[in-house]
Every structure is written in structure tokens, then in C-alpha cells.
Design a protein around this ligand. Structure first.
Ligand code: PHE
Length: 446
């Protein structure tokens, strides 16, 4: 039944793939705008605490289960189950995870499609194709549908090629470029008038907001979405890590990269918004808050790039290539979840699984494109605010309450023989057993 399993060929390969999954629109768009609309550094501060205190332990639960079982989420949770009830729970969590991640991909592909269209726009303008440029930047169902299909074709092609020749190869090419482009853009935007006001809006804390329940909910949702938790992505990537790797260390590096790039993205987006303000672009909405929704990326920033003259074309090209890269390395990690399940549990050949599931998700995306108002926000909120944190909670419950403790330790000992005496083993088991579930539930029911 099972085909030979893939494995990442090096630590660097895993780090690029896993941080590629984690770093996406959630970091470059979600994090900076959440920060701006939730009291600046007060949000940043809460987010950092939640990411390391809740996100990292939950991430580790997925990586450890994945590497131990060497299988997709459904089979993995099933094989660490200890009885009939936990097997049923395992099946439920695994399958709901697959549906959730497929729905996430179906809205993600739409937004990623916008990013691709805006990436092509500067090229069209360089070539003097004014009509085409106009079409690319006008929000129409046709444009959105076409770019959903194009984006999904890229995602499917990479996944078809497998773990090493698809996911790892592309992540190791794309992630370093992403970081390079991000840093260059920050340096450039910092030279422009207004950037320092943006920096202030980003970094000056409004601590009266720290106790605001909405801030906590947003920060937790942001942390779980950004670390790709709950839906089996990190579990499946963990299943491709070599047994020689020190898991607590690589997990920490992934969390650091994810948080680090989110913080860097804030240094780009908020200063850029205030530069736009200084050049006459409206950046506040009717309620006086910063424009944070789609308007930010598809109207505020493009308006800024237009005001920059010739160099604006290059900046737009760099910015939207950054967004496209971030989307693609995340979308492949989403598609890998149902594909790994179909290959391992249903015996399908990988290319066939990738194509069939890719088509189903593309159709779901198109359904949302053509029924945008009633569906889009609902799918986003349901998957990221409801489903993801709860699934993550159940994975923690599995790791801490159902799985045998000595097996967990044995797994960590591969690649970290002294683990039993280390800090990680002193803190983590208690954390996933009590703190994570209670904290997730508390925030969930706020
Ligand atoms: N972490 C990705 C982002 O920040 C989104 C994602 C969610 C990826 C769930 C995989 C699984 O954009």
C-alpha cells in the first residue's frame, strides 16, 4: 500500500520547507495589520509571548508525533492511540484537519491569485500593455478565477514532484530570496518621508489594550495560523525529518524564523503605509482605523508604488514577488496534507492524488470567487478562528494525555541523546498537558 516515503535531505532543507509553510500571507499581511489595529507594540508583545508559550509547544507536539509515526496526521494519531475511543478521536481530528486545511487553501489561493496578478502588472506596464495592466488590477470574477487556477497549477506541480524534489527544492530556492527581498524593501522604505511615523505606530505600545480580550483572541489566532498549526501540516513535515535531527532545536528555529519574519514584515508594511500617507494616499478607513483588509494590499500599497515614479515599478515587482513566494511555499504545505493521506492511506500514486485533490480545491476556490460576499469571510473565520485552535488543542491532548510518555522521550532522544536532562523535557510535557489546553480553551470561549 504505502509508497516509499520522502525525507528532507538536510536540516537546512527542513528549515526552509517548514518556515516556508509558516511564513505566508499571515506574516506579511496579517501580522503587521493586526499589530497596527491592536495597539501597536502591545499586540507585538502579547503575540511574542503567545507564539513561544503556546505556539512553540503545540508545534513541537506535531513535529514529535510526525517524526515518531512517520505518517500523515490520520495514520499518525491513530497509531499513537491506546484504545477504541482514542482511535475514533484520532480519525475525527485527522479528517477535520484535512477538510480545514483544504478550505484554508481554497481561500488562500484566491488571495495568492491577487498577488500574482499584481506581480504581473508592473511587467505589463514596462511592456506598455496598458489595457492588460488595467485588467490585472481590476477586481473582477474572471480575473480572480483565472489566477486561482494558475496559482493552483503551480502548487500541484510542486507537490507532484515529491518531498525532496518538490517541496524542499522550491523552498530552499524561494525562502532565501524572500528574506533578501524583504530586507531590501525595508531598507528602501526607511529612506522615504513618513517612514518614521509608521515605525512609531508599529512600535509604540498602547498598554491599555493588553487586557482587551479581542487583542488576546487576535494574537492567539494569528500565532496558530502563522505557525500552520492544528491542521496536520507541521505533523506531516515532521514526518519527513531525519532521525538524527535534534527536534526541540529545529522546532525552535522554525518558530524563531516565523516570528522573526513577521516582525520584519511589520518594519516594512507600517512604514510603507505612512509613506503612502505622506504622499497623499488615504490609509485610514471610515472609523479612523488603519485600512487592514484587502484594501491595504490591493489599493493602498499600489497607490504608493504609483506615486514613486519609475522606481515604483521595481518596488511593486519586488513587493508582489515577495507576496507570491510567501503564498506558494505555504500553499504547497497545505496541499501536502490531503495528498500524504491519499498516498499513504488510500494507496493512490502521488501525482494522481495531487491532481485530483488540486482540482477539488480549485473548484471550491472558484465557488468562493463567484459567491465572494457570502462565503469568503465565513470560510476564513470558520477555519482560522474556530477549527484551527480546537484542532491544535486536540493534538496537544493526544500528545500529553493519550500517547505514552516514555515513547515521546525516546523519540526526542533520537538526535538529542541528553534530552531527558535538558530544559525542554522539564517544561514541555507539563505545558502541553495543562497550560496549552487551558489557555486555548480560555481564549476560545472569550
Ligand atoms: N502559516 C501560513 C501563513 O502564515 C498559513 C498556513 C496555515 C499554512 C495552515 C499551512 C497551514 O500564511
Amino acid at each position: 500500500m504505502a509508497a516509499a516515503r520522502g525525507e528532507f535531505s538536510s536540516r537546512f532543507g527542513f528549515l526552509m520547507a517548514a518556515s516556508g509553510s509558516a511564513v505566508g500571507l499571515g506574516n506579511i499581511w496579517g501580522f503587521p495589520t493586526n499589530t497596527a489595529s491592536n495597539g501597536g507594540a502591545a499586540f507585538l508583545f502579547t503575540y511574542l509571548i503567545l507564539a513561544f508559550a503556546l505556539g512553540y509547544p503545540a508545534l513541537m507536539a506535531e513535529l514529535i508525533i510526525g517524526r515518531h509515526t512517520r505518517s500523515n496526521a490520520v495514520a499518525a494519531l491513530n497509531s499513537i492511540s491506546t484504545g477504541r475511543k482514542s482511535q475514533i478521536l484520532a480519525m475525527g481530528i485527522g479528517l477535520v484537519g484535512i477538510v480545514t486545511v483544504s478550505l484554508i487553501l481554497s481561500f488562500y489561493a484566491i488571495v495568492s491569485g491577487w498577488m500574482m496578478a499584481f506581480f504581473l502588472d508592473p511587467l505589463a506596464r514596462i511592456l506598455g500593455l496598458t489595457g492588460f495592466s488595467e485588467w490585472l488590477t481590476t477586481d473582477t470574477e474572471l480575473r480572480n478565477a483565472i489566477f486561482v487556477v494558475i496559482f493552483m497549477v503551480f502548487t500541484v506541480l510542486i507537490i507532484t514532484a515529491g518531498v525532496k524534489d518538490g517541496i524542499e527544492k522550491w523552498a530552499t530556492r524561494l525562502m532565501p530570496s524572500l528574506i533578501g527581498i524583504l530586507v531590501l524593501l525595508i531598507l528602501y522604505v526607511f529612506t522615504l518621508e513618513g517612514a518614521m511615523d509608521g515605525l512609531r505606530a508599529y512600535l509604540v505600545p498602547d498598554f491599555s489594550r493588553v487586557t482587551d480580550p479581542q487583542l488576546l483572541i487576535n494574537a492567539m489566532g494569528q500565532a496558530f495560523f502563522s505557525l500552520s498549526l492544528g491542521v496536520g501540516t507541521m505533523l506531516v513535515y515532521g514526518s519527513y525529518i531525519s532521525k538524527d535531527e535534534n527536534l526541540p532545536v529545529v522546532g525552535a528555529l522554525v518558530a524563531l524564523l516565523d516570528v522573526g519574519i513577521a516582525v520584519l514584515a511589520g518594519l516594512l508594511i507600517l512604514p510603507a503605509m505612512y509613506v503612502a500617507l505622506a504622499s497623499g494616499v488615504e490609509i485610514f478607513d471610515d472609523t479612523g482605523g488603519l485600512i487592514a483588509g484587502p484594501g491595504l494590499i490591493v489599493s493602498v500599497l499600489p497607490a504608493l508604488f504609483n506615486n514613486m515614479g519609475a522606481i515604483g515599478i521595481l518596488v511593486a515587482l519586488a513587493f508582489f514577488s515577495l507576496m507570491t513566494i510567501a503564498s506558494l511555499t505555504s500553499s504547497i504545505s497545505m496541499l501536502e496534507v490531503p495528498v500524504a493521506y491519499s498516498v499513504e492511506n488510500r494507496g493512490m500514486p502521488r501525482p494522481k492524488a495531487a491532481i485530483i485533490i488540486g482540482i477539488i480545491i480549485t473548484f471550491t476556490s472558484l465557488l468562493i470567487v463567484f459567491n465572494f460576499d457570502p462565503l469568503f469571510d465565513w470560510v476564513v473565520n470558520f477555519t482560522t478562528e474556530r477549527s484551527q485552535p480546537l484542532l491544535s488543542l486536540f493534538i496537544c491532548v493526544f500528545a500529553a494525555w493519550i500517547w505514552r510518555r516514555n515513547e515521546i522521550l525516546d523519540e526526542i532522544r533520537h538526535g538529542s541523546p541528553e534530552a531527558e536532562h535538558g530544559l525542554f523535557w522539564k517544561i514541555w510535557p507539563f505545558y502541553v498537558k495543562f497550560i496549552c489546553p487551558i489557555a486555548i480553551l480560555a481564549v476560545y470561549f472569550q
